[in-house]
Design a protein around this ligand. Sequence first.
Ligand SMILES: CC(C)C[C@H](N)C(=O)NCC(=O)O
Length: 504
Amino acid sequence: MNSVCVVVLVMLGASGHSFRFKDLTDYVDKHQDHYVQALRDWVSIESDSSDVSKRAELQRMMGVVEEKLRGMKGKVDVMDIGTQTLADGSVVPLPKVVTAAFGDDENKHTVCVYGHMDVQPARREDGWATDPYNLTEINGNLYGRGASDNKAPVLAWIHAVEAYKALNVELPVNVKFLIEGMEETGSDGLNALVEAQREEFFSDVGSIIISDCSWQSSRPALTYGTRGNCYFSAQVEGPRQDLHSGVDGGAVIEPMSDLIAILNTLISASGQILIPGVTDAVANFTEEERKIYEEVDFDLDTYKSTIGVDGLMYNNKVDLLAHLWRFPTVSIHGIEGAFSGPGTKTVIPAKVTAKFSIRQVPDMEPAVVEKQVTDHLHAVFQQRKSPNKLKVKMIIRAKPWLADPKHALYEAGKRAVKRVFSVEPELIREGGTIPIARTFQDVTKKDIIMLPIGGFDDGLHSQNEKISRYNYIEGTKLFIAYLHEHIGSQANNIRSSSRALTGS
Ligand SMILES: CC(C)C[C@H](N)C(=O)NCC(=O)O
């Protein structure tokens, strides 16, 4: 091959499309302060989906996304997904879903970028060093609730498309967006929307991209699996109202004692799930998986110091990663109705409701887990012969998702990572849950790639959540590169190559 051919090939890329990557990334570099300000504006909106008193803010957030996409001249639609019935029976509107389309060239592949605008709760007094809703930059990190999960990644995708348009560079693929506002609480209403839109919005979509997760180390990663989530409430109700522990203590069987006792039968100190049958369906840990885990750049000491603990459940990398990614676990999150303020209130709470969840993996079935957990808790409660009443309810039923990391989409992802970061990405799974991922796979039958830009130490859901300026800006470049590399995989090849593995 002569040098003229080489130069032409570099300019056109493997696909034959011209690709002004340097112009695009220069544009991103020049606009980075503007991108940080956009993130500051978005983080300032308290779009907490778990607190209905914040529902107006969440709706406002969805309106801001809609306006942004309209301003970019996308074909925008706002979809009503109905209402949510709360525990007390009241009904509130669900936040609207915003979709947009950039380009409708039939000769091009169409990707759909999914993201969410809702966040977990955050209050300064939870231990944040800065106001969670005022994005604050310290040493290259941008601190704020939702910064990493998932506002910066959604903005990075929007800015990637914006850069192509601003420089008049033809988008190599048609790009659609689907942005929701209930991800953190189980994507209420979205499953039905995906079903309803299968032959409409999704008809021309070739593949779906999700950037709602994090790297496992400082090395960029591609994610090929997430755990699911069966989230429960267990309520024990006793006296008509709260009692005085001096006046009545000793006479009554306390709801809190009942509740703590049954919660203590969920998981052992060494991490073994004690609910009969729950782990029976878990898929076998294969040698192939073990080999992938061995390749992951993950240091236990760094992990310990990042999360601030002295010891872990497992002391070798492979076992630890396996228990983070592909084995189930039980977490107890909190108790509603319990005294939790400062001071020394001596109350006997009359009604207490525990919240706990089981991160669920292939091949567990939520309906089976629901029955196993409910039967188990009622059986141990019965043994206590308590006069109190127990009610168990499964509130979130999100299935796990698993893809084939050898799929052509992942090859495109690898090339994009290499182009931007000059390293091979690692292939990882994610212990958290993206509830809609599995529905996308099962209902639309489209292939999915998870392309994370969050850092391993971003502190999602925790105090002082952040994303680094580096990850945000280089992540935008990664998305620009991915849109190009995607066509390098040849749309036909992507459409016909092996489908994602399902797991159940
Ligand atoms: C790391 C997760 C996949 C991020 C996601 N946005 C999330 O928080 N999902 C809800 C969950 O509880 O896992």
